[in-house]
Ligand binder design. Structure first.
Ligand SMILES: [Zn+2]
Length: 397
């Protein structure tokens, strides 16, 4: 699929009608009493009962045929490089494949797989600015990739963070992937980043691949990054008692990833929910990685946490939509007036044992994606990657 230019949002009115189930992405009210949604110029204009909405004059009219509309999924933890190419497993079009898994927004945790990645301070800053510009200028398959996440190294000073922020850098790559691995040093740099509006995430757990290192709970708590990156390890998790401390002793985002330890994932989710802090839970894949590229990774996490973790599917979907949007201050992820019109339209997979899409996810099955929309524009129809959906939306006009 072609790259799309950022900011190139076609003007016009998109109407989706006959929505069987509308999921909000909001833990407070995950299911909306609505069967129709109107987007204008790429933003949600209104939603509710079709009879109450102004649906006239649609430039694009979609009949959902009774299927489910949810906010597009957000992958909170990816490692892009440039364009729709990753050297990690020598793949092209991996982001397009994620679109077919319902993902409309990705957040870089560092462009760490760039061959010859610079580790000197001038070089790492230049790479961050370049990656931020490149993905801001061009969206593979229409997916919004927030990139330009430098991996901090020893010797950086406050001015480096101020300079990067001034030049458009909004994220830090995983703290701990570079030379900064001590709590005190990380804490200072995370604080400088925060001062200039740069959000931070920290690697949690054992080394991911040869060359990366252990970050234990004491370092995570001292560094105080905004996101406890892959709390369930990437892959090797901390002991569960350390994960409990991370959930209990701070209020930062609890990021659970596909390419981590599943037992630790379930433990982190349950512990956070028992604390009454479900809004902290966000999902990522941590791919591309040694374990590959997972186009359905976010859907699989939702099904795993819902089924084995015994959480209603509509709640698990909030972990990958509204929770992440709020935690990361994005204008997507929730069905709310004024937010970006980024949606995934799904139905239960053919031959699932579940009688509804929510029941099928609760039973551990991945739903079938029928259409993905960003900025009110249809980016793909029936997914080439999910199991086939029982019913499909169609473009009427
Ligand atoms: Zn990591």
């Amino acid at each position: 699929m072609a790259m799309t230019v950022t900011g190139d949002v076609p003007k016009g009115k998109t109407v989706v009608k006959n929505i069987g189930l509308m999921l909000s992405g909001d833990l407070a009210q995950p299911i909306l009493a609505a069967d129709c949604l109107v987007a204008i110029d790429g933003r949600i204009d209104s939603f509710g009962k079709e009879a109450d909405l102004n649906t006239a004059g649609a430039d694009t009219l979609i009949d959902a045929n009774g299927t489910t509309l949810a906010p597009g999924l957000i992958d909170s933890h990816v490692h892009p490089v440039f364009g729709d190419w990753t050297p990690r497993q020598s793949q092209f079009n991996w982001i397009d494949s994620f679109l077919h898994g319902g993902v409309t927004t990705m957040i870089s945790a560092g462009e760490v797989h760039l061959p010859g990645r610079p580790k000197d301070i001038v070089g790492l800053k230049a790479l961050a600015v370049t990656a931020q510009r490149a993905f801001d200028n061009m969206r593979p398959a229409g997916v919004k990739v927030h990139a330009g996440a430098p991996v901090i190294e020893k010797g950086m000073v406050e001015e480096d963070f101020a300079e990067m922020a001034k030049n458009g850098v909004r994220l830090l790559g995983e703290v701990g992937l570079g030379g900064v691995k001590q709590g005190e040093e990380a804490k200072q740099m995370v604080a400088w980043a925060r001062k200039y509006g740069i959000q931070s995430t920290i690697h949690t757990g054992g080394p991911s691949i040869p060359g990366s290192g252990l970050i234990d709970k004491d370092v995570v708590l001292e560094a105080d990054a905004d996101v406890i990156g892959h709390i369930n390890g990437g892959h090797t998790a901390l002991p569960l008692d350390q994960i409990r401390c991370l959930c209990e002793d701070c209020t930062r985002a609890v990021e659970i990833v596909h390419n981590g330890n599943e037992l630790a994932a379930l433990f982190a989710m349950r512990t956070t929910m028992e604390l009454g802090q479900a809004e902290r839970i966000i999902l990522g894949t941590d791919s591309p990685a040694g374990s590959g590229v997972q186009p359905l990774g976010i859907l699989r996490m939702i099904a795993m946490l819902s089924s084995i973790g015994e959480v209603p599917a509509e709640i698990a979907i909030c972990f990958a939509t509204g929770n992440t949007a709020r935690m990361r201050d994005l204008d997507v992820g929730l069905i709310e007036e004024g937010r970006a019109a980024d949606f995934v339209i799904m139905d239960k997979a053919q031959h699932t044992a579940g009688t509804t899409i929510l029941e099928s996810i609760r039973m551990g099955d991945v739903p079938g994606v029928g259409m993905v929309i960003t900025d009110g524009v249809v980016r793909c129809g029936r997914s080439r990657n999910t199991p086939p959906a029982e019913s499909l939306p169609e473009i009427v006009s």
